[in-house]
Design a protein around this ligand. Structure first.
Ligand code: MBD
Ligand code: FE
Length: 288
């Protein structure tokens, strides 16, 4: 059966399917687990993690029932393929905070589990790949990429990916064209770019898997504000991985992944040409 309003097969997005896809995607990055395996460093980090855990157990008098519930839950996170989701939602923001603390240029934030390298290459003025009649408010996203010293960066590369109007990412939910709402935009000789897309919807992390069970067990909510994901780079400069949000949007102030920063909130106005909205956002890259 097909839902004629969206042309999307009725097959539902499930935690297990998006989790498996995110786990597979992470594996193709080729991490072996050996990176940074300096013995003294591993000793320090793991010993302190365990000590913090022991301290929590003592302070809160963890019961055997709770210990077994934790064990069962941890096993299930792996079976659902939700380790990338769990880590990127609840841990990555602090890793990014530390990684970005010495950069002067545009703020970065977390990458999340749904980046796929190799999206179709597009010219400086382009429309992201999308379906005929793609739902959502049209958005013109434009700007310039410069160095921290103000020099324009010709040929800077802006990789963009975002969810559709239903909050789904291509390659992580069924029924979407492979590169829907994903593109690699090459800026012009002055570092300018002008990208047409649609505004994404807020994103609810899957509620039917282990992360969803944790959220309901703890009485939290599962939402991220609507966001554009970006990786901006240029030769001789540091790549910035970031996200941009929409002023006044739901959950901008209570992102479950705590990835919002004031510098990352867009305030689009009505588009000058035709429908939808437009916004200008410039990227500043640090030198390597
Ligand atoms: C997302 O879309 C996302 O950006 C993050 C960080 C986590 C889960 C889903
Ligand atoms: Fe996202």
């Amino acid at each position: 059966m097909t839902d004629l309003s969206t042309d999307r097969p009725a097959e539902q997005a499930t935690a297990a399917a998006s989790g498996a896809a995110a786990t597979e995607r992470f594996r193709t990055k080729g991490h072996t687990g050996a990176a940074g395996a300096d013995t003294a460093r591993v000793d320090t980090l793991v010993s302190e993690l365990l000590a913090a855990t022991h301290d929590i157990i003592r302070r809160h008098k963890l019961t055997y029932a709770e210990y077994d519930a934790l064990k069962a839950w941890l096993i299930q996170v792996g079976e659902d393929g939700e380790w990338p989701l769990f880590l990127d939602v609840w841990v990555e923001h602090v890793v990014e905070e530390v990684a970005g603390e010495n950069r002067e240029g545009s703020k970065g934030t977390i990458e999340g589990p749904y980046y796929v390298p190799g999206a179709p290459s597009l010219p400086a003025e382009a429309t992201l790949p999308m379906r005929d009649g793609e739902e959502g408010t049209p958005l013109l996203f434009q700007g310039q990429v410069t160095c921290v010293d103000g020099t324009p960066l010709p040929g800077a590369v802006i990789e963009m990916w975002h969810a559709d109007n239903d909050g789904y990412y291509s390659q992580f939910a069924p029924g979407l064209p492979e590169w829907n709402l994903r593109g690699t935009v090459v800026a012009d000789a002055q570092g300018h770019f002008k990208v047409r897309t649609i505004e994404p919807a807020p994103y609810q992390i899957p509620t039917d898997g282990s992360c969803g069970r944790l959220i309901s067990a703890a009485g939290w909510h599962a939402w991220r504000p609507a966001h554009l994901h970006l990786k901006v780079s240029a030769p001789g400069h540091q790549l910035v991985t970031t996200q941009l949000y929409f002023k006044g949007g739901s959950h901008v102030a209570d992102d479950i992944a705590r990835a919002v920063k004031p510098e990352l909130i867009l305030d689009p106005g009505p588009a000058a040409d035709g429908g939808g909205r437009e916004v200008t956002y410039d990227f500043v890259l640090d030198k390597v």
